[in-house]
Design a protein around this ligand. Structure first.
Ligand SMILES: [Zn+2]
Length: 227
């Protein structure tokens, strides 16, 4: 057994006993996380560490490229996780979190590198809007700059996909759900947040207002049209 797998004994012996009161409460009362975080599966991006979250704080979904397939194209884990988080857990915030040096975004930038990986290639097609935006608006960018631009645009593209899910669009229309787009610069240890008003990412700073990609809308087209 490798050393890493063996660390589970340390969890049983030390970590769990130290948090036994918390786990006892969570077991008795059930979970009520306030946010869902959809991040890349990259081993260097750990949502709970970034958010300084304890057990019970955060509902998490991770996959290559922090992708959210649009509603109805496929029945899969991400769609089900989103639906459960919104409908059953009533999360108030969903965060889509990309990061620097992302292998999935490098592959999206150079699809020819995905020979022999048909599933990854098909999965990353959900990021096509991002790559088309970069190609048509920032065609002169190369290498690292192109991947960074693609990673940022991919967060926005996945937020757009997220809004196609009925559970999400309804919760937003009720004014119960906000959407956030984050980008973790793993070289600098800095987290950027998408400001939906400006369309730009800016560092999350203590004391500053938290940038929000899509505020809860609290809107009803019928009522507005009748006024
Ligand atoms: Zn990644």
């Amino acid at each position: 057994m490798n050393e890493f797998i063996g660390r589970v004994f340390s969890f049983e012996r030390s970590t769990f006993p130290e948090s036994s009161a918390l786990f006892g409460r969570l077991t008795k009362q059930g979970q009520s996380p306030t946010a869902l975080m959809i991040s890349c599966a990259d081993s260097r991006v750990v949502p709970e560490q970034i958010m300084q979250a304890d057990p019970g704080d955060l509902f998490v979904c991770r996959n290559a490229g922090n992708i959210v397939p649009p509603f109805a194209t496929m029945n899969g884990g991400v769609s089900s996780t989103v639906e459960y988080a919104v409908m059953a857990l009533n999360v108030s915030d969903i965060i889509i979190c990309g990061h620097s040096d992302c292998g999935a975004m490098k592959a999206l930038s150079k699809p020819e590198t995905l020979e022999g990986m048909p599933n990854v290639a098909a999965w990353l097609r959900h990021g096509s809007a991002a790559s088309h935006i970069v190609d048509s608006c920032m065609g002169d960018l190369e290498d690292g700059d192109r991947v960074r631009a693609l990673s940022l645009e991919n967060v926005i593209a996945q937020l757009n996909n997220l809004r196609t899910h009925p559970s999400v669009s309804a919760a937003m229309a009720r004014g119960d759900l906000a959407l956030h787009g984050w980008f973790v610069d793993i070289h600098e240890g800095v987290v950027l947040g998408l400001d939906g008003e400006t369309g730009q990412f800016r560092p999350l700073r203590e004391g500053d207002e938290l940038p929000v990609a899509h505020h809860p809308q609290n809107r009803h087209a019928y009522a507005e049209a009748a006024e």
